[in-house]
Design a protein around this ligand. Sequence first.
Ligand code: BG6
Length: 480
Amino acid sequence: MNGKKIPPYLLVIVGGTGDLARRKLLPAICRLREKNLSEFYLIGAGTGKKHNDLTYRDFVARSLEEEGVDIGAMGDSFDWLYYHSVGGGSVEEYKSLADRVAELEKKLNLSGNRVFYLAVPPSVFPNAIKNIGEVGLNKSAGEIKLVVEKPFGQDLQSARELNALVHKYFDESQIYRIDHYLGKETVQNLLAFRFSNAMFESLWNRDRIERVEITVAETVGVEHRAGYYDRVGALRDMIQNHLTQLLTLIAMEVPTALEADDVRHEKVKVLRAVSPISTDEVIFGQYTRGAVQGKEAASYTEEEGISKESHTETFVALKLNISNWRWQGVPFVLRTGKRLFKGITEVAITFRRPPVSIFRQFSIKDIQPNKLVMTLQPNEGFDLFFKVKEPGDSYKLSTQSLHFEYSEVFGRIPDAYETLLLDVLRGDQTLFVRADEVEASWELYTPLLSHSFDVYNYASGTWGPEEAEQLLDGEKWCTM
Ligand code: BG6
């Protein structure tokens, strides 16, 4: 987020041949190199012995092609890429990684600036962090940073333990906990929208707002991640992090400045103000057979690697109350699910109706409230819905909207990982989750983890179980 010149770095991706590296990190890194913003070198640290530097370069070239990145245009020989196996992850193997890092830093004349990116399953985080620390990779004459993917912990206790482990070897100022939603342009724009348009900010409170809905709907199913997803479920996979991050950005107070700690202080304050969630206001669902956008879809329990008996939730809707002066009494309803009717991420703000109807023909209930719908993906933009009188003798109201769409004005939006990696190199932690923030979020959801919820079925291609409607007290979800 700032324009500081970036010194040369050595990036070590633990999980350098994994799915995340292949699909997201390597394309983002190549785009950053293309922009010539920094000189950096990369070691892909994988578990297998199947690569050497040369075959890893081929692997990356192939992965980029598969992801549609135009390598030709880059004219890149990939000689900045290296491979090193950390095998089963023993201390000795990390020791040999440390030797390789030292050798490359010498050869490339680097001053010890390093980023360790843990792009591995969460179960591997503790061992990787401990070994990085134990073999002294966390110490050099330069700047050292650690990037940890989500999910950070699986409940409050494990998040605390992980924080304690990370803090044993790294200072909080070196730690970048990723929630890739924060890197999305349109998510960052929530701050610009709120704090540079005084018109909206003055309406942003319990006096003017009736309800806030946050929806992250996906059409994909569990894909090839059965092993991970079936143990985790939608509450941990999406609500605790992505949707809660959106909630904090929508609900937070004005930060003193757009600086990492100013923003993160305000986000933590929101989380601390959320009242304990009532289990009656949480709905779990699981997809069954159906059709998503015309294509037949199997049920969750028929997916490869999922047990027939699985009760894991693929859908969650829940209601939160933020007990502070700004929001007391305004329901925040969060909803996410897989295999839903369409893929969309949006925040819908419903404003209060006029206090009385002056139109004899309509009761106040007939006057639909104003809505502001912020679409974060796929058609990034805003719609502001308001009422107009239809021309003619009779008094008829019609709902119209003001519409803005990013792509029509700005063209290509950078990928979230491009933004986040650049911020890591620049040392800007604004878009990363702080230790107390991740714990405050787990504090909110951990009591739900031990509750045995009914898991309602919903057909693939619908908007989830009907039971989720009851959270809106007779109103309809904005996106249907
Ligand atoms: C990930 C979840 O963090 O976010 C996935 O683990 C989910 O289950 C994905 O599909 C959604 O991200 P995006 O950027 O596609 O909305």
